[in-house]
Every structure is written in structure tokens, then in C-alpha cells.
Design a protein around this ligand. Sequence first.
Ligand code: GLV
Length: 331
Amino acid sequence: MTRAKILVARAVFPETLAKLEQHFEVEANQSDADWGPAELAARLKDKSGAFTTGTERIDAALLAACPQLKICANMAVGYNNFDVDAMTARGVLATNAPDVLTETTADFGFALLMATARRICESEHSLRRGEWKKWRYDMFAGSDVHGSTMGIIGMGRIGQAIARRGALGFGMKVIYHNRSRLAPDLEARCGATYASKEELLRTADHVVLVVPYSAASHHTIGAAELALMKPTATLVNIARGGIVDDAALAQALKDKRIAAAGLDVFEGEPKVHPGLLEVPNVVLTPHIASATVPTRRAMADLAADNLIAYLTRGEALTPLNPSVIGASANP
Ligand code: GLV
């Protein structure tokens, strides 16, 4: 039997490639070359499957050029790089990598909150510059995390895991805003209370964004929302670039409209708004919230397992458009 051809669009663990090679004829990209949309489409033209990360855009134009494609498996929980409607219309299965990164990403969100509130990076940079000459009563005084109010926007699995950390570990009052309210027993388990977005922004000491990116969530936080926040508040974004208007945030940080921010994701990343690079009161990390070795391995495994399950057995572990299964227009 001939083996299906797949493309692994970015560099991955050698073990992931070896696993895929047991089932497929694999074209890999271990040099992690930057393929633009045209090169990606050209390489996918004769492939049945694609292993993608969150950076490859799978849209109607690419799908039209790749009539043999049956599945794109994202090694990410977010999938705003996929036009899922266009994929469904073409009978192409989309899968993502949920659950395996929930706790690791929540750990990171909490770490970013702590670093931001307690000015850890700002103080370390100052120390490295040789500025620490003597102790002072107000040196890098930040805001408390324990006992404060955390407002979480986006209460999916990761938001809930952050809420539990805050409520159970740090005695925080946790409020959240979400498209739909959680069931009362789930709210109780997370120690969280529902609030309107405006109430959350007005009352939270620390605002954490974990909402998926879509046209509806674009600029969830812009100048108007920043104006509602307490001047002592911090803002953490581990969701996606584009959820925050980075230009408005840079201005708000410069004007001390809010105290500080912690950002793992950026509009147009890997570019970072120059205004954010100029202000000291922001912690900046390069989209690493899920980056522990075991979790990245689990994410890669799940993407690989989706490809293997679908292309060898017609099944999928974490499908985003399950209606496609058994009804593929690209047989
Ligand atoms: C990372 O941002 C992911 O969506 O997994």
C-alpha cells in the first residue's frame, strides 16, 4: 500500500518526525525555513496532511491550490491561523492541541502576573545595569498578588486553571467575564464570580486575558478599556496578539494610566510595537506560555496522533470541524 504524503511545516522534535515517518512519506522543514504562503501551498500541493504550528495560514486560497489535502493538525490550542469555515467547505479536517497545555500555560500566566505585579524583570534589569547602590524604602515597590482581585477575561480551560491558582493558592477574589457564564458548580470549583466586562475592568487589581482570538475579540482591550482600569492595575495577555491594541497599551504604560503589563503575545508578532520596547513597566516574553519540554512534546504528539488517526483510520482525537469526518470532499 502506498503511504500518504504529509508536510511538517516547521521544525519539530526529531522523535515526532520519527513517529510520523513510521506511517507517512514525510517532507519536513527541520531547518525551520520561513516559507511564505506561495511556497507553503507549492509544498502542500501533493500532500494529504499538514502538521502546522500556529504560524501557518490555512485559508481558501491555499486550499484551492491543494486539492489532495485532507487534514491540517495544529500543534497549538489556538487556531486563528486556520479558516475553519473554508476548510469545512473543502472537506479538510482541522485539529488543534487542547488540554495537554492547560496547566503549563496557567502556570506561565500566573508567573507573568507575579513578575508584572512585583516588578521582577524591571528590577533585575536595573541591577544588571549596576544601578543598585543602596536599599531604599520604595525601591521597586509593586502591588500585592495575594488577597487582591484578579479579573479573568475568557474563562475556558486555561482561564479556569488560572482562577484556581489565584483563589486557592493566593486567597484572591476572582471575577471573570466570558461569552457564556459557567455552571454554578464550576464557578464554585474555580472560586470565581461572573462580572460584566466593565465591572471587571473597573474593579480588578490584575486583569488576565485568556480569550481566543476572533474578529469579535479583536482589540478587546483598547484605549477605552484601559481608561476604565485602576491606575494601580496590571494587565496580562497570554491569549493572542490583536486581543490588545498594543499602541494604546504602550501609550497607557508610558502615561502610567495603568501600573504595568505582562505580555506573551503581540500584534504582528514576532514584531513588537516599538512603544512597548521603550517603557520599563512591561514584561515581554516571546510567546512561550506553553513552553515546557513535556508540554511541547505532548502538543507535538497530539498533532501527530491526529494525523495518524485520520489518515490511517478515518478518526480524529481533537477535531474542530468533526462534520468533515466521513464526508471528505478531498477523498
Ligand atoms: C499557543 O499559543 C497555542 O495556541 O497553543
